[in-house]
Design a protein around this ligand. Structure first.
Ligand SMILES: C[S@@+](CC[C@H](N)C(=O)[O-])C[C@H]1O[C@@H](n2cnc3c(N)ncnc32)[C@H](O)[C@@H]1O
Length: 191
């Protein structure tokens, strides 16, 4: 696991990264989705990050059990990664699954997904790359649709962007489903 502590530090990709497809799972939690992604696509580089190190230790253990060697876990904050720490336009598919919804009105400014964030993502996503998001919190989802619709020069809907992984749920998605809550998924392609 790599720990990025200096906000201005750029993550050096591994030496074997040249020409490889890159998937990134932001705020991966315990990494159920991430590890399966790495298992299905052994020739891709799969990165994930979280700010809680104990969750990344679980990802590491799951990756070891699954025998995957193409997964890199980063202890780093998603906003810093997108804004400064990741190399430019190197990600083919970015996943942001069940980010904290901060449902209370006074918490809304703490949400990661906002117009500013959507305008920063093109720094790291390749042109034509897919941005896949999910949430159980319908008002957050509706905000996303509105925000993306206000950026038609940057993004277009990509309804099939996650077809190959549609059968894989994250740990939080399983939890919400068990409580009877639907989790909304949406994908956009960077123009
Ligand atoms: C609701 S959980 C979802 C985890 C996982 N994606 C899933 O669906 O099971 C949100 C995750 O985002 C992480 N997180 C919160 N703020 C973060 C930040 N600024 N940067 C990176 N990860 C963050 C939390 O530690 C937590 O593991």
């Amino acid at each position: 696991m790599e720990i990025l502590t200096n906000t201005w530090q750029i993550l050096p990709f591994p030496e074997n990264a040249a020409g490889k497809r890159v998937e990134f799972d932001m705020g991966c939690g315990k990494g159920r989705f991430t590890v399966e992604l790495a298992r299905r696509y052994p020739d891709s580089l799969v990165f994930c990050n979280d700010i809680i190190i104990e969750r990344l230790r679980i990802v590491e253990r799951r990756a070891a059990r699954a025998g995957v060697t193409n997964l890199h876990a980063l202890r780093a904050a998603s906003l810093a990664l997108v804004s400064y720490q990741l190399p430019v336009q190197r990600i083919d598919r970015l996943h942001l699954l069940c980010p904290d919804p901060f449902p209370k009105k006074k918490q809304t400014p703490r949400r990661l997904v906002c117009t500013d964030f959507l305008c920063r993502v093109p720094r790291v996503l390749k042109k034509g790359g897919i941005f896949h998001l999910s949430t159980d919190y319908t008002p957050y989802y509706e905000d996303w649709l509105r925000m993306f619709s206000q950026l038609p020069d940057l993004y277009e809907l990509a309804p099939n962007g996650i077809d190959d992984m549609a059968d894989v749920k994250t740990d939080f998605e399983i939890k919400w489903n068990e409580m009877g809550q639907e989790v909304h998924h949406v994908c956009y392609r960077l123009k």
